[in-house]
Design a protein around this ligand. Sequence first.
Ligand SMILES: [Zn+2]
Ligand SMILES: [Zn+2]
Length: 521
Amino acid sequence: MPLARNVVKDLAAEHGACQRPVQLRRTEIDTGYVEQVLIPCGHTLASVCPPCAERARILRAAQCREGWHLDREPVIDPDPATGEQRALVTDRAEAQADWDALANEGLDTAELDERIGELDEHITDAGMRGNVLPNRPRRHRSTRRRQDAAPLPRRAVSNRTVGKTYTAPDGKTFRPSLFVTLTCPSYGRVCEDGAPADPDTYDYRHAARDALHFAALFDRFIQNLRRFCGYDLQYFAAIEPQKRLAPHVHIAIRGTISRAELREVIAATYHQVWWPSTAAVKYDGGHLPVWDEHTGTYLDPDTGEILVTWDQALDAIGDGDEPLHVARFGTRFDAQGVLAGSKDASRCIGYLTKYLTKHVGDCHQVTTDAQAAHAARLADALRYEPCSPTCANWLRYGIQPKNARPGLRPGCCKGKAHRREYLGYAGRRVLVSRKWSGKTLADHRADRKAWLTGMLGLPATDPTRYTWEPVKPSDPDHMPNGQRLLHVVADRQKWHAALTNARARASGETSPNLSAAGTAA
Ligand SMILES: [Zn+2]
Ligand SMILES: [Zn+2]
C-alpha cells in the first residue's frame, strides 16, 4: 500500500505546489484578526523543491523572452529617493569633505575611512544601487594590449539598446536577434562521454583556472562587443557545464552581429589575472604558517618571520612579469539569427533555461568510470588553486590572503568554487544586462501575480494593513510539514477550479506568459 504521507507529497507536486511551504502568521492591524498564511519556499534547485525550481525557471524564461526582441528602448525609472536615503547621502557628503580636508593636510584618515565604509554599507542596505564614488583600483596595470591578441577597432558606445531593423524587398521589416554559444579552449582531446582521451596530458590546471575566471572573461567579452558594435548591447546569458565539465555560456543578444565580427571580437578578448605566482609551494602537509594573535598575521613556522601580505605580494608584481593566468574563449563558437516569436526563439529559450534548476556539477550524469575519474581529477586541480584574493590556499605559496584571519588551511578553503558541485564556477548562473527587459525579476514576478489576481477578479491586498511574522516550531500554532502540504493541496485545487472558470469566462483573452498549468502568485 502507498504511504499516505508520500501520496500527499506526490499530490502537491502534481498540483505544482511547494514541497516545503513556509508558515507565516498574518495579523490585520485594525482588527487584530490572525490568519496562517503558507508561502512557497522559492528555492531554485529541483533537488530541494521541484515545483518552486520549475516556477523560477519559467520566470527566467519569461524574462528572457520579454527582453530579447524589444523594438522600443526599455524605460527604467528608478523610484525617487526616500528621506532616509537622502539623509544617508548627506552624511556621506560631509564625511567625504572631512576626509578630503584631513588628507590635504597629510593627516591620519583611518577613523574616517571606517566611517565612510559604514556609510557606504548603509547606503546599499537602504536600497540604493551602486556606490557614491567609483571603486578606485589600487594598482595601475599596464593597459597595453597583449602582443598575441588581435587588435580590436573601438567605437564610441551610444545609449541605444535596440537592434537595427532590416527591410525585405517586399517591404516587410525584420529585427533579428542573436543566439550565441561560447566555449572554453581545448585542454586535450575528449571522448564521446566527455572524459579525456589521454588523462595524463589533459591540462587540468588550465581548465581549473579558466573555470574560476570564466565570469570575468564573459564581462570582458561584453565590454569589447559593446565598443566594437558602438551601442549598449543587451544580453541574457546562462552559464552551464559541457560534458567535459568546462563551463560554456549561451547568450541571447538583442540585435544582430555577423559571424565574422563575432569571430574577431572573440579572438581579441582575453582576461588577465594579475595575482601573485603560485609556481613554488612553500608550505605543505603539516608544515604550515602559524597565526599570531598579537600581530594578527601569519608567520613562518620555523623562523617566526611575518609572511608577505596580499598587498605586498601584489605590489611586487613588476611590469616585466607575466599574469598568473590569461583566460580566453575557444575559437569554436555557435551563432544563429533568431526572429521574435519564432519556433527557434522558443527552442533557444529552452536551451537557456534548461539546466537552471540544477547545480553545475549535477547537469550531466556520471555513468562511466572514466567520467568519475575525470570529475575527481578536476576537483583535485581545483583544491589548491586560489579561488579569490581571500582564498586560504595563498598560504601554501607563502602569501597571506587578503583579510587574513585565524584558522585558514590551504586545501580547505570554504569558497564555493572548490566544491565538487560547482566545478570551479561559483558565479551566478544567469547573467542579465540591466536594460534587458527594463524590469527586475521581482517586477516579472509581480506581473504574473497581477495577471492571476486580475483573472480571478481578486482585490489587490494592501500590504500596510497587516503585520507578518514567521511561525517557529515551538509556537502553539505551528503546523508540521504534512499538515502544511494538505492545506497547500486544498488551496491549489480551489485556485485551479477558479482559474479554469475564469478562463472559460474570458476565453479569447490570454496571457502572453502563463501556461495552462497552475502558476502560483
Ligand atoms: Zn518550494
Ligand atoms: Zn579558495
